[in-house]
Design a protein around this ligand. Structure first.
Ligand SMILES: Cc1ncc(C[n+]2csc(CCO)c2C)c(N)n1
Length: 217
């Protein structure tokens, strides 16, 4: 069984929970409170910057130059492509340029940066894979089931349903599987743990946006 098959099997119950979260159900129906969506967008802007830095950190650690190329492209994609989506919403909503990260957002971004900086590169890659893969799956699910006409979150929905994004996700999965194949049993186990932890943090990120999580002190 490939690493990715094993990893997805491990998070399947969590993935089902993610699909049924109020944030995602209401986003799909178009009924999600605009304030919650704005909160999510602002936090996501912070997340994307840190995610881009995480991918760039990983890019510098590969021996295979094809992987260096793939990860530098992912890094610029995270910042450039997704920033375009955010900027159009930011103008519409007046979200500030400098975002103070919520506790969950800070936890998630620090987790992946830490893994990229200090763990085996294969473990760092496994920690960023849920970001690609879960968004692809959730994005496809929402795209297939939403009402296409006049949906207020149409631009968000279309971002993750495109063919170009699908190709990036396939490449990220293939690179992770190739690294896992060469890794020791111990590193493979750490990769699974990192994949699962980052998937939990994806769940927490949506949950924190729905609750508009703040620092209590
Ligand atoms: C919390 C959070 N997790 C994942 C994504 C999705 N995402 C961000 S960058 C990237 C890959 C390169 O574009 C993907 C799929 C998001 N937006 N916010």
């Amino acid at each position: 069984m490939t690493f990715s098959a094993k990893a997805w099997e491990r998070i399947t119950p969590l993935y089902d929970k993610i699909l049924n979260m109020p944030f995602n159900k209401e986003l799909m129906e178009g009924s999600l409170d605009l304030e919650k969506f704005k909160f999510y967008m602002a936090q996501d802007a912070y997340y994307l910057g840190e995610f881009g830095k995480t991918l760039a950190t990983l890019a510098g650690k590969f021996n295979d130059l094809n992987y260096v190329l793939a990860f530098t492209e992912f890094a610029s994609g995270a910042i450039v492509v997704e920033r375009a989506l955010h900027e159009s919403y930011f103008h519409e909503f007046g979200i500030p340029d400098l975002v103070n990260p919520s506790p969950t957002c800070l936890l998630y971004t620090n987790y992946i940066l830490n893994q990229a900086a200090y763990s085996d590169v294969a473990v760092g890659v496994a920690a960023v894979l849920p970001c690609f893969w879960i968004y692809k799956k959730v994005g496809d699910h929402i795209y297939t089931n939403h009402h296409h006409d006049g949906h207020q979150y149409k631009k968000w929905i279309e971002t993750y349903a495109g063919e170009e994004f699908a190709e990036s996700v396939k490449l990220a999965i293939n690179i992770t599987d190739a690294l896992a194949e060469k890794a020791s049993h111990e590193v493979q186990e750490k990769m699974l743990q990192a994949f699962e932890m980052a998937s939990k943090l994806e769940w927490m990120f949506w949950d924190s946006a729905y609750r508009e999580e703040t620092w209590l002190v």
